[in-house]
Structure formats: structure tokens, C-alpha cells
Design a protein around this ligand. Structure first.
Ligand code: NAD
Ligand code: UGA
Length: 467
């Protein structure tokens, strides 16, 4: 079998996936030149900032990789045409949000950005190019990409411009907050495709740091579906444990004990069993909704209903938490001061997309609460945009606090929504002295230790424990 030696890679999309993924490829393959391009010029400027604290995304370990690769064999640029035409291999890593309008609105993925990327590739590529779906896509999207590339190609052929393409699927499984370690030591790398030479070229790139047994090759459709199915299974686990958390509160069982007891069964496993305020992040909800849409499209309504329930339970968990806060504070939060600790959808990221904090905080604001929000990595502007996007009739007022004590001054309650390391082991005796009396702690992430709270005079509600 002949082989292709990849010398230049382009990645379209410099986001949470494109940025870290290409940084790691550049780090592990110093002989390959990697260019990451984006239509968002501000984002590219931030990726090129000499102050590594200003990178557009926060991921532990990313700054060190950027400092050794940027300018060596890793480049961030807005010059799409040149980057595409120079490359042997192009990753499409653009956003695929849920459609907001038209057929399938609220469920199907909006593929506008993927289609635009494919058209750019068709227009600017030269010679033979391997095109890789890195974005998470509905099953059979590769067919559409091939058609776009080949139709444009026929036009090129009329003008005697010769170019050819191979399309592969290579979904990304990194989780935010642990992206670098996930990329450096993945559980598996999945490659779907039909062209053995293209598959081999991509396998050879990963072989620079991933062992052969971890590289799974499948057909295109299995690869596309496996990504959606993996996210659906993970999200389902969270909805399952969250449903049991409500059961624990009703019965006196303890969610930590239950999670440990069931997780020791090897068939169930102990990972991903932390009950919380519901899953957030840009992907779980969108990918399950996409699966629901596709199930309906392929005439499988029972399958659609089954997966839809995972999303419904997630929303219910968020609503339930807001209602508990309301109930414990005598049925009203109007004019009451409430501190929110954690706005990111999980620890170790500055990402707030679909964060449970948005819905819960919005509901409290709608009831007239006065919120002071503290998150070590989320900016005022980010929170403001999130509240603007989430439609609600805002009666309350919110501000960002600079520190935990600043957030807790004179509050009637504190609501812990993200499990940032710095929220563990706090001096609650001291913090209680800053708060009003009586005051509540609502802990949705099992951050607080019940014994530590006992002599502070604070009331404690913990998710998954009877109070
Ligand atoms: P993102 O929104 O952070 O980044 C996407 C980037 O693509 C944006 O900067 C946007 O400006 C750019 N873009 C869009 N259209 C473009 C075009 N035509 N040309 C150039 N640039 C363009 O999104 P993300 O979180 O990186 O996710 C990207 C894809 O990866 C999605 O399909 C997502 O489902 C999937 N994914 C995300 C994660 C995650 O943890 N965020 C993990 C695995 C897979
Ligand atoms: C998730 C998957 O874990 C990745 O494999 C996948 O690549 C990615 O989605 C994607 O396709 O975007 P991510 O959303 O970044 O990654 O983070 P997770 O660690 O999966 O957490 C998702 C949400 O579930 C967070 O809100 C988190 O707090 C919550 N969660 C997670 C729990 O409530 N309990 C748990 O036990 C685990």
C-alpha cells in the first residue's frame, strides 16, 4: 500500500477542541507544521497573545504546550486560503450547535459552519487532501461533506484544476478541564473511513504518542455514531445518579454511600457517578438532542423518547434545586442576598456553556434575589452574556465578587454549584461570621463536610442527603 507523509496540517476552528488538540499534535509531532485558522479574529489574536493568561480558553497545562510550540510548528492565523491550500490534511473542528430555526429546530444540529468549512476546503485545497471531521456530527454527515467536495471538484475539473479528497471521521473525546491529559493519554482514538491510505496517514500521526492497540478503526458511520452514543451514555449516567439523589433526599439514604456501593461493581464502575446540579457543557445536551432527532428521522420514536428523558431529567434536577432554595428561605428570595460559588459548568474551565448555574441563577433573579457570584475563571462579561441569552424577566440584581469572603458578605444563603478545588476545606467558622443569621449553605457538589458546619450556626442542605 502506498503511503502519504503528512507535512502540513490545517485545523479550521480555534475553539475548545481545535486549540488544545492541535497544540498537542504540534507538541508530539515537531516535524509537522500545524496551522489553526478561525473566522473569529479576536480569538486568533488571543491565541497569539504573548501573555499566556490571555489565551482564549483556560485548560490546565495548555499554556506550557503553547509556550514550547507556538511559533515553532504551531501557528494561529486568520488566513484561511493559504493555510488550506498548503495542507495535506485538514481537520474541521467548528461548532455544531442545536438548530434554533427551521426543520428540526431545538433538536437537530446546525451544520452551517461545517458546510461553510467544506466549501472553503473545496475552493482552496490543492492536490490530494485528507479532510477530517473532528467536530461531533450527525451520522452520515461525511456523505454530505464528500458531496460538497466532489461537486465543487467537478467544477474545478472543467477548469482543469485537479484536486482529490479523502474524508475521515476522527471524533474527539476530550473533556474540558482535563483536555491536555485526555489528549496526551486517550482511552482510545477513533478513526472512521474508507480510504486505507488516508486512514494510515492519520494513524501514523497518532502513533507518535498513542499505542496501536488504542487506535480503533471503523467505518465512517460507526465512528460518527459512536461519538454521539458515548456522550449519550455518559450523560445518561449523570441523569441516573441525579434521579437517585432525589430518592436519597426523600428516604434518608445517602447519595455518596449509594454511589460508592453501586460503583464497586466492576460492571457499573465508579467513574462519573457524582450527583450534582445536572450536566452542563456545550455538548451533552446538544448531542443527545441530535440523537433524539435522528431517531425520529429514522422512524424510531421509542428510541427518541428514551434518550429525550435523559435531558428532561437534567432540566428537572436544576429546577428542583432552585425550588429547594426557595422553599428553605421561607418561600421567597425577593430582596435576599445569595452568594453563588462557581459559574463554570465544571471545575478547571472558564467555559459556561449550558452551565446549570445559568438556569438556577436566572430563576433566582426572576424571584428578585440579589446575587453575588464568584468563580475563579469566569469573567463578568461571560456571565452577562449568559444572562442575556437566557430569556427571563429579571427582577433581581447580580454582581461579580472578587473572592469567596467578598461573595459571602451579608448573605442569607450560599449556593455551591461548581466543585472548584478552592471551595473544599473552607473556614466556615470565619465565613459564617460574614453572613446574616439565619443563613443557609446549599451544597450541590458535595464540597462541604457536614461535621465542619455543625458548630457554625449555619443551616446545611446537601444534594442527595436528607436534611
Ligand atoms: P467552539 O465554539 O469553541 O469553537 C469552534 C470555532 O470554530 C469558533 O471559534 C468559530 O469561530 C470557528 N468557526 C466556525 N465556522 C468557521 C469557519 N467556517 N471557518 C473558520 N472558523 C470557523 O467549539 P468547540 O467546543 O471547540 O467544539 C467544536 C466541535 O467539537 C463541536 O462539534 C463539538 O461538539 C465538538 N466537541 C467539543 C468538545 C468540548 O469539550 N468542547 C469535546 C469533544 C467534541
Ligand atoms: C464531555 C465528555 O466527558 C467528553 O468525553 C466529550 O468529548 C465532551 O463532553 C464533548 O463531546 O464535548 P465535558 O462536557 O467537557 O466532556 O465534561 P464532563 O466531565 O463530561 O462533564 C460534563 C458535565 O457533567 C459537567 O457539568 C459535570 O459537572 C457533570 N458531571 C460529570 C456530573 O454532574 N457528575 C459526574 O460524575 C461527572
Amino acid at each position: 500500500m502506498s503511503s502519504i507523509k503528512v507535512r502540513k496540517i490545517c485545523c479550521i476552528g480555534a475553539g475548545y477542541v481545535g486549540g488544545p488538540t492541535m497544540s498537542v499534535i504540534a507538541d508530539k509531532c515537531p516535524e509537522i507544521e500545524v496551522k489553526v485558522v478561525d473566522i473569529n479574529k479576536e480569538r486568533i489574536t488571543a491565541w497569539n497573545d504573548t501573555d499566556l493568561n490571555k489565551l482564549p480558553i483556560f485548560e490546565p497545562g495548555l499554556d506550557q504546550i503553547i509556550s514550547r510550540t507556538r511559533g515553532r510548528n504551531l501557528f494561529f492565523s486568520s488566513e484561511m486560503e493559504k493555510a488550506i491550500s498548503d495542507s495535506d490534511m485538514i481537520f474541521i473542528s467548528v461548532n455544531t450547535p442545536t438548530k434554533t430555526k427551521g426543520l428540526g429546530a431545538g433538536q437537530a444540529s446546525d451544520l452551517s459552519w461545517v458546510e461553510a468549512s467544506a466549501r472553503q476546503v473545496a475552493k482552496f485545497a490543492k492536490g490530494h487532501t485528507i479532510v477530517i471531521e473532528k467536530s461531533t456530527l450527525p451520522v452520515r454527515t461525511a456523505q454530505a461533506i464528500k458531496e460538497i467536495l466532489n461537486t465543487t471538484n467537478r467544477e474545478n475539473q472543467k477548469n482543469e484544476i485537479s484536486k482529490t479528497f479523502s474524508v475521515l471521521s476522527n471524533p474527539e473525546f476530550l473533556a474540558e478541564g482535563t483536555a491536555i491529559s485526555d489528549l496526551e493519554n486517550p482511552d482510545r482514538v477513533l478513526i472512521g473511513g474508507e480510504d486505507p491510505i488516508a486512514i494510515n496517514a492519520l494513524v501514523n500521526i497518532y502513533l507518535n504518542w498513542v499505542s496501536r492497540e488504542k487506535i480503533i478503526c471503523t467505518n465512517l458511520w460507526s465512528s460518527e455514531l459512536s461519538k454521539l452514543a458515548a456522550n449519550a451514555f455518559l450523560a445518561q449516567r449523570i441523569s441516573s445518579i441525579n434521579s437517585i439523589s432525589a430518592f436519597c433526599e426523600a428516604t434518608g439514604a445517602d447519595i455518596q454511600e449509594v454511589a460508592k456501593a453501586i460503583g464497586t461493581d466492576k460492571r457499573i464502575g465508579n467513574q462519573f457517578l457524582c450527583a450534582g446540579p445536572g450536566f452542563g457543557g456545550s455538548c451533552f445536551k446538544k448531542d443527545i438532542l441530535n440523537l433524539v432527532y435522528l431517531s425520529g428521522y429514522f422512524g424510531l420514536p421509542e428510541v427518541a423518547n428514551y434518550w429525550n428523558q435523559v435531558v428532561l431529567l437534567n432540566t428537572w434536577q436544576q429546577d428542583r434545586i432552585y425550588k429547594i432554595v426557595l422553599e428553605k428561605l421561607f418561600g421567597t428570595v425577593n430582596g435576599k442576598n445569595i452568594a453563588i460559588l462557581g459559574f463554570a459548568f465544571k471545575a478547571n474551565t472558564n467555559d459556561t456553556r449550558e452551565s446549570p448555574a445559568i438556569r438556577i441563577a436566572s430563576d433566582l433573579l426572576e424571584e428578585g434575589a440579589l446575587l453575588s457570584i464568584y468563580d475563579p475563571k469566569v469573567s463578568f462579561e461571560r456571565v452577562q452574556e449568559d444572562f442575556e441569552e437566557f430569556s427571563f424577566d429579571n427582577q433581581g440584581i447580580w454582581k461579580m465578587a472578587n473572592s469567596i469572603p467578598d461573595a459571602l458578605k451579608e448573605v442569607d444563603a450560599v449556593l455551591i454549584l461548581t466543585d472548584w478545588e478552592e471551595f473544599f476545606g473552607l473556614d466556615w467558622n470565619y465565613l459564617a461570621s460574614l453572613m446574616r443569621v439565619p443563613a443557609w449553605i446549599f451544597d450541590t457538589r458535595s464540597v462541604v463536610n457536614r461535621q465542619e458546619i455543625e458548630n457554625t450556626g449555619l443551616n446545611l442542605w446537601k444534594l442527595g442527603e436528607r436534611s
